[in-house]
Write a protein that binds this ligand. Sequence first.
Ligand SMILES: [Zn+2]
Length: 147
Amino acid sequence: MTGAPGPSGASASRPSRPLPRITPLDAAHWEATTRGVLLVQRCSECARWQWPAATRCPGCGADALVWERASGRGRVHTYTVVHAAGHPAFAAEVPYNVTVVQLDEGPLMLTNLVGLTQEDITVDLPVEVTFERVSPEMAIPRFTPRG
Ligand SMILES: [Zn+2]
């Protein structure tokens, strides 16, 4: 037992937090998160990076997507600050941000920023990935200001 928060550790007073469902398509990504590695698909035909996981490259249509380690660096593309939690499990966390980070490799990733106040979030803010372990099988990629 790691003691990490998650569905099995939720108490009656705090509802279980909804987590992404691991599918065969993105299992490699989630396995890597447990090792602190950000894997994103890349097309071995046209070199385009792809997230979320797809079966074919949206750029060239090739059935040639492979998992590669991304830099974990990017910039804030857009964000919103949530003041009314959309799920009871997040009620204690308001206000929190929901942010789209554009990875340096190109893909957009829906995430949250951590390690800053909501007022400090700006479009184009340089960020880097950090991982929040939420279960034995999963760590959620979050982003924190760089430098
Ligand atoms: Zn391609």
